[in-house]
Design a protein around this ligand. Structure first.
Ligand SMILES: Nc1ncnc2c1ncn2[C@@H]1O[C@H](COP(=O)(O)OP(=O)(O)OP(=O)(O)O)[C@@H](O)[C@H]1O
Ligand SMILES: O=C(O)[C@H](O)CO
Length: 524
């Protein structure tokens, strides 16, 4: 391992880390963790990401380096949980050229935003954009289907002189249901629900959705042809795959029958398919061939990812630096079971807190476990090298940042979420380090402000969690077995460790943060 790390010593990236002596900060670790989380969320606010991605220049706009002329030829559609705020900002920037728009957003969102004083994310009264609310409980319904029909109609009427701005964010799949006839909405819903219930990944789920939909998998861009299409995408999927986010309505993608059938077979759904679905899957689909040709020849679609977990982590790093930490971003792609993820953070904390050269078996285990939870070896080595520098050169406190979307295998019937469960588990890992009370602090939070079906986004924890709970008569292991992390943190110390930012109006998955205090600390 020493050899692996030494390979990185000569790498130029280290100059990115400011040579900074420890900064004294009066704020507690807990307060600073919350501030860094707030900065991450702020960076991916719907209005912010749109404002940063559209540069207005008189009668044209520059998006992703490409210039588009505005001649009262602009149309707008959108679908997703963050789309209302994205549309409000887009209308502020290019509203004078906007002919018409339709957006499909979650049920009740306008009222909720008003109640939370987020008026800047609402459309103005005389807006040209029609808002349709639907998809109650994140499930496609007839309201969302009506919105999808209106969006399809708007797109179909466009000519080569028109520009269609498409705003996309997480939750877009449920908000744009347009099953290929004769499949009914209910039949499509049944198939996707069964798949989700059987544990299919978002990649698998959206591959099936694309195969059964008129608008997904490039269908929307197809209907808008020959208009110029520009999609602004706020990513809620690891790796920011544009064909998967909201099932890629502006990304021409081929439906491969073998792939679709193998997914359905994997989850034992082949024999449960309604005849209508079989009929659609059996048909040789010439429409997709046509799509492919369009995308190859016309180049009339621009897809730009304008916000992501990576963007949130970058801003979080800047904020951490202002608060006196040496920031290091591990990865925006953390996935897998929370137990393994908590183990990885425990190992990294141990590595960072060792007073002497950390035992080589820690690095070896980190390098073995990391890839199992979506973190590349390169990122692990790079991070360990920064942690090592922090330790050996006395740079003061370090803030390790990561993001992604781990999973929890539900075994109990309690109330909780993956972030709160991860925080509990990391608390136990940190306890096993046997550090003095002011040791590392860990935060895990969902950037949408909601962790599972709870009011909290996540929680903050440290090595003292177990003893604190015990002193208050709370048996942490019982809460874990029952997946009851929200009840646990609500009861513990009056809910002080909960992270409750309220509605954030965005979603780029979760943010993880390990704050490692300045040495000296002694590890057993
Ligand atoms: N009691 C629980 N304890 C731990 N995790 C839970 C519990 N109940 C649900 N979950 C997990 O919470 C997740 C769903 O929560 P949430 O609604 O925050 O998901 P999401 O993927 O962020 O949704 P979206 O992307 O639509 O915002 C699922 O992964 C589920 O396993
Ligand atoms: O809408 C969806 O498909 C999911 O949120 C992933 O983008």
């Amino acid at each position: 391992m020493a050899r692996v790390l030494s390979l990185f010593r000569s790498q130029p990236f280290l100059h990115l880390v400011a040579r900074r002596k420890p900064t004294f900060c009066k704020m507690s670790m807990d307060t600073r963790a919350r501030e860094v989380f707030a900065a991450a969320v702020e960076a991916v606010q719907p209005d912010t990401v749109v404002c940063q991605s559209i540069e207005r220049k008189e009668d044209s706009v520059v998006i992703d380096g490409r210039t588009f002329t505005l001649k009262h030829n602009l149309h707008l559609v959108g679908f997703g949980k963050a789309v209302l705020g994205m549309a409000a900002e887009a209308e502020r920037i290019v509203g004078d050229h906007l002919v018409k728009g339709v957006i499909s957003v979650p049920h009740g969102i306008q009222q909720t935003l008003q109640q939370h004083g987020k008026d800047h994310l609402l459309l103005k009264e005389n807006s040209r954009i029609k808002v349709i609310e639907g998809a109650k409980h994140n499930l496609p319904d007839t309201d969302a289907q009506k919105a999808a029909e209106e969006i399809k109609h708007l797109a179909s009427e466009l000519t080569e002189k028109d520009l269609l701005l498409v705003l996309i964010s997480g939750g877009g799949s449920a908000l744009l249901p347009a099953p290929i006839p004769p499949i009914t909405l209910q039949e499509k819903l049944d198939v996707t629900r069964r798949l989700a219930g059987a544990g299919a990944t978002i990649q698998e789920l959206n591959t099936i959705r694309r195969a059964l939909s008129l608008l997904k998998g490039g269908g929307l861009a197809h209907h808008a042809h020959p208009a110029q299409v520009v999609a602004l995408i706020l990513s809620d999927v690891i790796g920011d795959p544009i064909d998967i986010i909201a099932s890629g309505p502006t990304v021409m993608s081929q439906v491969w029958p073998e792939e679709v059938l193998s997914i359905l077979e994997r989850y034992k759904l082949l024999n449960l398919l309604p005849t209508s679905v079989k009929e659609v899957l059996d048909k040789p689909n010439s429409r997709w061939k046509e799509h492919k040709e369009e995308s190859d020849t016309s180049g009339h679609v621009l897809n730009a990812v304008i916000g992501s977990n990576g963007v949130a982590l970058k801003r979080a790093g800047l904020c951490a630096r202002e608060l006196g930490f040496l920031p290091v971003v591990l990865s925006p792609s953390v996935c897998g079971d929370v137990q393994s993820v908590s183990r990885l953070y425990g190992l990294l904390a141990r590595f960072a807190c060792s007073r002497e050269e950390p035992p080589p078996d820690i690095a070896t285990e980190v390098l073995k476990l990391g890839p199992e939870v979506g973190v590349e070896s390169w990122d692990l080595c790079r991070t360990m090298q920064v942690l090592e520098k922090g330790r050996t050169e006395g740079w003061g406190a370090t803030c390790l940042l990561a993001g992604g979307e781990p999973t929890v295998e539900l075994t109990g019937k309690g109330r909780g979420g993956r972030n709160q469960e991860l925080a509990m588990r990391v608390g136990l890992e940190l306890r096993s380090l046997g550090l003095p009370p002011k040791g590392p602090v860990f935060l895990s939070g969902g950037t949408d402000g909601q962790d599972g079906p709870t009011e909290a986004a996540g929680a903050i924890t440290d090595g003292g969690l177990y003893d604190e709970a015990k002193a208050q008569g709370l048996d942490i292991d019982n809460f874990l077995i029952n997946n009851d992390s929200y009840t646990f943190f609500s009861r513990l110390s009056g809910g002080q460790r909960l992270l409750v930012p309220g509605l954030t109006c965005t979603n780029v998955m979760d943010v993880h943060m390990l704050l490692i205090p300045a040495i000296p600390i002694i590890i057993r």
